[in-house]
Design a binder for this molecule. Structure first.
Ligand code: 8OZ
Length: 362
C-alpha cells in the first residue's frame, strides 16, 4: 500500500517520502539578497522532507517585491545558496528552488532606479507588500512592451542554470499566487491585445515560454511548476479558470515537466474557495508527479496519497514550526503551533529555534 512514507521517483531522483516542504517566504536574506548561514541551518533541519522546495527567489532585480527575499541572479547569491544545498544534501535531502518574478506586486523603492514595477497591463494590484520594515500599497505598474518579454523568458532559463550551479536538484516555476506569470494567465490582470493577451492560448504563452526556456537550460526532468487556479491572492481572478488551467496543464504535459504543484482554493485560506473547481479534471491531463497543497492536515494528506489522488503533499506553515514534521507525521505526534509574529523577517527566533520532539521532551 502507498502511504506518505512510500518512496517515489521524481525525474532522476528517488524521494524518500511523499511529504514536500512548500516554498515559504521568510524575508531573511542578507545584504545583496544573499541567503546566509541561518538559511542553511533552517533548510538542513528540514532535510528529511521527501522534497524541499526552497522559498520564492527572484530571477532578476526587477522580480523582487518584498524586502530581504533572496535572488538567484548574482554570483554572491549562487554562492550563498550553495551553502544551503550542500547542507541539505549532507543530510540526504533533495531541494528544488522556486523561480520568482513578482511583476506588479512590488514597490518602486525595491525597483532598480526607483522605476515602476512591470506587469502585463498597467493595472495596480489591490494588495500590500512589505518594504522598509512596514506594509505598503504596491506601486502602479507599467505594461511590458512585447519586445521586452524575450529577455524575461531568457532570465528564467539563466536563473535555472544558476540554480543548478548553486547545487539545486531542480527548479519550480512560480506561476501561482498572482505574481508575474499568473498575472499573464488570468484575465483580471491581463488586458493585453497582442499575442500575450486575449485568448487562453495567448495568456498561457508567457508561462509556456518560460517553461521551455527552463527546460532548455536544465532539462524537463528537473523542472516543476506551481499553479493556483482559483486563488484570489494578490488581487487576481479569471472568468473561466477551469478552461484556462486545463489548457495549461495539457501543454505542460506535452513538455514533460517533472511535476505540477497545485494550490487548492485560497492560498493559506479556505480550501473550498473557488467553489466547484474540478482539480481531478486537471490531473487527468497530466502524467507526471502531482503535488497538492493548502491546508492539508495529517489525515487528509494520508487519504489523498493512499487513494492516489496525489503523489505528494506539500506542507507550508506546519514545516515552519515543526522542523521534524516528517517524524511527527510518522509517529502521530502533536504539532507545534506557528508564531505569526516571526514569519517574515528577523533572525533565528521563529526560524531555526522551533523544538523537535526529542528537544520538547527534555
Ligand atoms: C507570503 C509573503 C510574501 C510572498 C507567495 C511568495 O505567496 C509568496 C509570498 C508569501 O507565493
Amino acid at each position: 500500500m502507498t502511504d506518505l512514507f512510500s518512496p517515489i521517483n521524481l525525474g532522476p531522483y528517488q524521494l524518500s517520502n511523499r511529504i514536500a516542504m512548500a516554498p515559504l517566504t521568510r524575508n531573511r536574506a542578507g545584504p545583496g539578497n544573499v541567503p546566509g548561514d541561518l538559511a542553511a541551518e533552517y533548510y538542513a533541519q528540514r532535510a528529511d522532507a521527501g522534497l524541499i522546495i526552497a522559498e520564492a527567489t527572484q530571477i532578476l532585480p526587477e522580480g523582487q517585491g518584498y524586502q530581504d527575499t533572496p535572488g538567484i541572479h548574482s554570483p554572491e547569491q549562487i554562492a550563498g545558496w550553495r551553502k544551503v544545498t550542500d547542507a541539505v544534501h549532507a543530510k540526504g535531502g533533495r531541494i528544488f528552488l522556486q523561480l520568482w518574478h513578482v511583476g506588479r506586486v512590488s514597490h518602486t523603492s525595491l525597483q532598480p532606479g526607483g522605476k515602476a514595477p512591470v506587469a502585463p497591463s498597467a493595472i495596480a494590484a489591490k494588495t500590500k507588500t512589505f518594504v522598509n520594515n512596514t506594509f505598503a500599497e504596491t506601486s502602479e505598474p507599467r505594461a511590458l512592451e512585447q519586445a521586452e518579454i524575450p529577455a524575461i523568458v531568457a532570465a528564467y532559463g539563466q536563473a535555472a542554470k544558476n540554480a543548478i550551479a548553486a547545487g539545486f536538484d531542480g527548479v519550480e516555476l512560480h506561476a501561482a499566487n498572482g505574481y508575474l506569470l499568473d498575472q499573464f494567465l488570468r484575465d483580471s490582470s491581463n488586458k493585453r491585445t497582442d499575442i500575450y493577451g486575449g485568448s487562453i492560448e495567448n495568456r498561457a504563452r508567457f508561462t509556456l515560454e518560460a517553461a521551455r526556456a527552463v527546460i532548455a537550460a536544465i532539462g524537463a526532468e528537473r523542472t516543476g511548476i506551481r499553479i493556483s487556479p482559483v486563488t484570489p491572492a494578490n488581487d487576481v481572478s479569471d472568468s473561466n479558470p477551469q478552461a484556462l488551467f486545463e489548457y495549461l496543464v495539457q501543454q505542460l504535459n506535452a513538455l514533460n515537466l517533472v511535476y505540477i504543484h497545485v494550490i487548492e482554493g485560497s492560498t493559506g485560506g479556505p480550501r473550498d474557495f473557488g467553489g466547484d473547481f474540478d482539480y481531478a479534471a486537471l490531473r487527468k491531463h497530466y502524467s507526471g508527479v502531482w503535488i497538492v497543497n493548502n491546508g492539508y492536515d495529517p489525515a487528509l494528506a494520508r487519504q489523498v496519497v493512499s487513494s492516489r489522488a496525489a503523489d505528494l503533499v506539500a506542507f507550508g506553515r506546519p514545516f515552519i514550526s515543526n522542523p521534524d514534521l516528517v517524524e511527527r507525521l510518522r509517529v502521530g505526534a502533536p504539532l507545534n503551533e506557528v508564531d505569526r509574529a516571526t514569519l517574515y523577517g528577523g533572525g533565528a527566533k521563529g526560524y531555526t529555534d522551533y523544538p523537535r520532539l526529542d528537544q520538547a521532551a527534555e
